[in-house]
Design a protein around this ligand. Structure first.
Ligand SMILES: [Zn+2]
Length: 50
């Protein structure tokens, strides 16, 4: 039984899905990270996508 979910992190500017990571099943927080986006060529805010 899987106790982890894969999150997809997408750029909030161009909507590219650039990062993946795992976390536990609890959904008690929203993930937002500043990450480098290749299509944008700069650091942008990445958010959880479904
Ligand atoms: Zn982007």
């Amino acid at each position: 039984m899987a106790d982890r979910v894969i999150l997809t992190m997408g750029c909030s500017d161009c909507k590219s899905r650039n990062y993946y990571f795992q976390r536990g099943k609890k959904k008690d927080f929203k993930v937002e990270l500043k990450k480098f986006c290749k299509p944008c060529g700069k650091m942008t805010l990445h958010k959880e996508m479904k």
